[in-house]
Ligand binder design. Structure first.
Ligand code: HSE
Length: 308
């Protein structure tokens, strides 16, 4: 059995506008790089080679908490050293914590001869999400692990579904402000008027049907969130302009990526996705906020093992 494994753990977009906490997709880019090695010692050591000054104590580290849950159920394990080169900025809304948590348990499972299935790995990785945001949710972890577009029908007990999807190009803008997931959850109303719930159910069902039928128009019409977005978008300068102008540039639609501040737009083809990127850049240059953009594709695979 090999002594170490190196992986790419991808960024993800949770919610997909209308599917708060239940829908998500994996991106080709950006991704974190992680190496897990067996050591002669005991216990778990975590090293970050990135600039983010994240906690290194396993219990307080998102990847560490997920790995501890894994090891607790696995039993006798060798000493492990996890080195993380985080390229998905924490607090970006691009599933940075999920990439750490899911990457850690995926790597451990591969390194130790696959003792667990995907549902187990999702369960362990949710301990990492709890450290990051105070709540267990699997809408980033699941596409990060298994790729594509995923639906979390339930987390107790875990019931996840992979959804077919047509080719999709994704443009993301990350205005360089931080929105903490815990804050973005706290501001949400705890009750939803029935009228709005009905609209949201229609959109979720429409989006799932649109993805599975490859009906781009239906996908575009269904990318509407009448519950979460009106509250959260206030935290993101330029949000309304991005949405409006990117749709005018040909995007199918889009919205807040996870809990923000990143905003994503889906397009049918690369040319449109690039035109959408130009709009995003113009808007943030005009407002005067530093930003980073990505034009990428749906990642059908999720985790990638980097072969030597
Ligand atoms: N579904 C979560 C939220 C994703 O929107 O709060 C955040 O990582």
């Amino acid at each position: 059995m090999s002594q170490s494994i190196r992986i790419k753990s991808p960024a993800t977009i949770a919610n997909l506008v209308c599917g708060f906490d239940i829908l998500g997709l994996a991106l080709e880019e950006p991704y974190d790089l992680m190496t897990l090695e067996k050591t002669d010692g005991t216990g778990l050591e975590i090293i970050h080679t990135d600039e983010y000054k994240l906690p290194l104590k396993p219990e307080d580290n998102v990847a560490g908490a997920a790995l501890l849950a894994f090891l607790d159920e696995y039993g006798q394990a060798p000493g492990l050293k996890l080195t993380i080169d985080k390229r998905i900025k924490p607090g970006s809304g691009l599933g940075s914590s999920a990439a750490s948590a899911a990457g850690a348990v995926f790597a451990a499972n591969e390194l130790l001869g696959r003792p667990f299935n995907n549902n187990d790995l999702i369960r362990f990785a949710m301990f990492g999400e709890k450290v990051a945001s105070g709540v267990k949710h699997a809408d980033n972890i699941t596409p990060c692990l298994i790729g594509g577009v995923t639906l979390i029908r339930a987390i107790h007990p875990l019931d996840v579904v992979s959804l077919d999807a047509p080719e999709l190009f994704i443009t993301v803008v990350h205005p360089q402000i931080e929105v903490r997931t815990s804050d973005a959850r706290q501001i949400l109303r705890k009750e939803v008027p029935l009228q709005l719930a009905i609209k949201q159910w229609g959109n979720i069902a429409g989006l799932v049907a649109g993805l599975m039928k490859g009906d781009y128009e239906l996908i575009g019409r269904s990318l509407e969130d009448v519950i979460i977005e009106p509250v959260r978008s206030i935290l993101i300068p330029g949000f309304d302009d991005v949405k409006k102008q990117c749709k005018e540039a040909g995007a199918l639609g889009g919205g807040i990526s996870g809990s923000g501040p990143s905003i994503f737009m889906l397009s049918k083809d690369l040319k449109t996705a690039e035109a959408v990127e130009a709009e995003m850049k113009n808007i943030y240059a005009r407002i005067g906020i530093e930003h980073k953009t990505y034009v990428t594709k749906l990642n059908a695979k999720g985790m990638t093992i980097i072969e030597d």
